[in-house]
Design a protein around this ligand. Sequence first.
Ligand code: DP6
Length: 363
Amino acid sequence: MTENDFLSRTNSKTVENGSVTWQSPSNIALVKYWGKKENQVPANPSVSFTLDHCKTTTTLKFHKRESPAAKDEEFDFEFYFEGKKKEDFKPKISTFFKRIENYCPYLREYHLEISSENSFPHSSGIASSASGMSALALCLMSLEKEFDPEITNEYFNKKASFLARLGSGSACRSIEGSLIEWGEHADLSDSSDLYAIKYPYKVDAVFQKFQDTILLVDKGQKQVSSTVGHNLMHGHPFAEARFQQAHDNLHNLKPIFATGDLNAFMNLVESEALTLHAMMMSSNPYFILMKPNTMEIINKIWEFREATALPVCFTLDAGANVHVLYPEKNKVEILEFIKNELVAYCENGQYICDQIGNGAKKL
Ligand code: DP6
């Protein structure tokens, strides 16, 4: 499919007003998206587990205006976060609306009231852009479906992923569950830079209900925004090798997913996480986003794995928090280890127990 397939068809129905609510999860990348081209096109393919408990709930109320907002006017919307009007979140949503307006021309025809809340603390350092932008994209698709009830579920999800990507790249991987791929890759003929797809090959049962315990090491403001971060890959001395490595890792994951080879899985996932941070350390300007406690946790995980041979590994986002990944069948002993040995390194002892989920839900 190309961008043109996502242009809206002419409205056959008039919709005066209404309301819709979606709940959409966050996701955690195993092969990382880091680096992008114009129009939110990723520099390399990525793959992620959709999460279950970390999610954003968004309600969109729409009311038809007497006449559409003119092209040079602002979009007509209000944004509420956890019940309070938030002016400072509006520019990000405005940018999103500008990027998608060709695909959602109806945006100018409505007064929109967007109300969002997260299941996780806002200042936890957990990126809410994936769950937030995907929830909003899904709400817009529900509005679009009111004009055009013939839209199939497949098109609905694809276009929701396409729109979410234009809000935040990783958000396109938050529409469905449970293992999601985004970005063109030679092994996946249906893969696209424009939207994410469900990983189409065999996935061993061990990866179902995989656990992700998120250790909140540093809840502070992000030191580097994702836009600045992705830009660091332009002219980065190792960029091409890194992009190739992501292609290779996705290729290498195919037999790992199929057979449930946990040792190979842990090796690849940890290498991806450390490479992401290595890219930030070796760019200019350079950043170290790990904190001393991030390193303490990583070392503890390695010692524990060495001593017990239990399949537990970590991954990182562009921040200091650690995602501890392990199969459900080892949950009891690994959670015990986390509580006894790792929680001490979390800010205020805070952590979130999550697991692989099935994607967004309409409420
Ligand atoms: C490190 O999706 O937040 O989490 O497209 O600029 O909104 P934008 O970036 P964003 O980048 C996420 C980067 C990452 C890795 C990943 O999720 O693949």
